[in-house]
Design a binder for this molecule. Structure first.
Ligand code: NAP
Length: 356
């Protein structure tokens, strides 16, 4: 296990502190005794920040909330003042969009440039940990076969997403590229990047905006009761993603990108893990729908199922090499069945899962 040095003498900044991933990161930082500056869009909304203030009240660390917006230049200045580490997690992960440029790419790309410009202007910052994604490594599953040996590594970049096809993946790719450009243009602060696959597991707040919840909810609300498309992807427990951020910040030698993914799963496999705990209580899918059927009727049912999307993502193998996260960050991944079951239980308990 590489040595982790939690130096709590200077505060740290977490952008998008209200988020699903950020919540667990803030929790870990508070447990270690850090003073955490949480940058949020609305610090006065207890529905978004109540869980964070409650956590702080029970932890050795201290939480200070600041108002900031990715699209407002200079707005992260007050929150960053005096911080040694900046965790930049804020970026929209949602399919509820009308304009991909305005709703995804601008906050991701302009937001990253805005935050890093403030890092350039804040002498106390020595390290930035950026929450990127496996979406910045590959675009569609078909791209995985192009990687050496059919296995994604940190060397690959997503070259196939665009504003018109997989706009979220495009937003993460251009944002991470911009971050590396800005990091390489100076020598005072170091950039370390975490690239999670699909993040699953319970949230610390009752209301969630992350698309992770929409995806898991669909497995139980009846949308997919006749079957799921055969799509393979990586998944990881949210608590492991938070831990990866801690290690990326406080292991001196940490550098570069880190695929943070426990293993490959399919949507059917996730549904089977849920069936193990919830039985037939919910209309979980039992089978995979053949690709030809989705090809035929998919575009009529869901506008996200374009023929291009189907051809490039269904029935194809997904594999990624997570060994760098294990050797250099010392991560040990939790099992995915517990993560998905706890997440589903939370959706039930908070009334967010209803049969269609
Ligand atoms: P989330 O809960 O929706 O968090 C996104 C955060 O971004 C929210 O706190 C939101 O703040 C903030 N945000 C959005 N637009 C903003 C703006 N204009 N100005 C300031 N803040 C803004 O989603 P998440 O899943 O935790 O995602 C966190 C990060 O992890 C993102 O960078 C995402 O790309 C990355 N990631 C997620 C997954 C996954 O499967 N969940 C996988 C790989 C990478 P408000 O509270 O103000 O809305």
């Amino acid at each position: 296990m590489p040595q982790v040095n939690y130096d709590t003498s200077t505060p740290v900044l977490v952008t998008g502190a209200t988020g699903y991933v950020a919540g667990w990161l803030v929790k870990r930082l508070l447990e270690e005794g850090f003073t955490v500056h949480g940058a949020v869009r609305d610090p006065d909304d207890p529905a978004r920040t109540g869980h964070l203030t409650a956590l702080a009240a029970q932890s050795p660390g201290t939480l200070k909330l600041f108002r900031a917006d990715l699209l407002q230049e200079g707005s992260y200045g007050p929150a960053m003042e005096g911080c040694g580490v900046v965790f930049h997690t804020a970026s929209p992960f949602t399919s509820k969009i009308t304009d991909p440029q305005r709703d995804l790419v601008d906050p991701a790309l302009k937001g990253t440039r805005n935050v890093l410009a403030t890092v350039d202007a804040t002498p106390s910052v020595r390290r930035v940990v950026l929450t990127s994604s496996c979406a910045a490594i590959y675009g569609d599953t078909v791209d995985v076969a192009e990687a050496p040996g059919g296995v994604l590594t940190e060397k690959q970049w997503n070259t196939t997403s665009s504003i018109g096809h997989q706009a979220y993946s495009y937003s993460k790719t251009v944002a991470e590229r911009a971050a590396w450009e800005m990091a390489q243009a100076q020598s005072r602060w170091k950039l370390v990047v975490i690239n999670p696959s699909l993040v699953i597991g319970p949230a610390l707040s009752e209301t969630q905006t992350s698309e992770s919840f929409a995806l898991i909810r669909q497995l139980g609300d009846g949308t997919l009761k006749t079957g799921v498309p055969h799509v393979e992807l990586g998944a990881v427990d949210v608590r492991d993603v938070a831990e990866a951020h801690m290690r990326a910040a406080f292991i001196e030698a940490a550098e570069g990108r880190h695929i943070t993914s426990a293993r490959t799963v399919s949507f059917l496999e996730l549904a089977m893990m849920l069936r193990e705990k919830f039985g037939d209580e919910w209309p979980l899918p039992r089978r995979q729908v053949p690709k030809w059927l989705i090809w035929l009727v998919g575009p009529m049912i869901n506008k996200a199922f374009t023929r291009r999307m189907i051809a490039r993502n269904m029935g194809l193998a997904w594999q990624a090499d997570n060994s760098k996260s294990k050797t250099e960050l010392g991560l040990e991944y939790r099992p995915l069945d517990i993560a998905v079951q706890e997440m589903f239980q939370q959706l039930i308990d908070t009334g967010q899962l209803r049969r269609k």
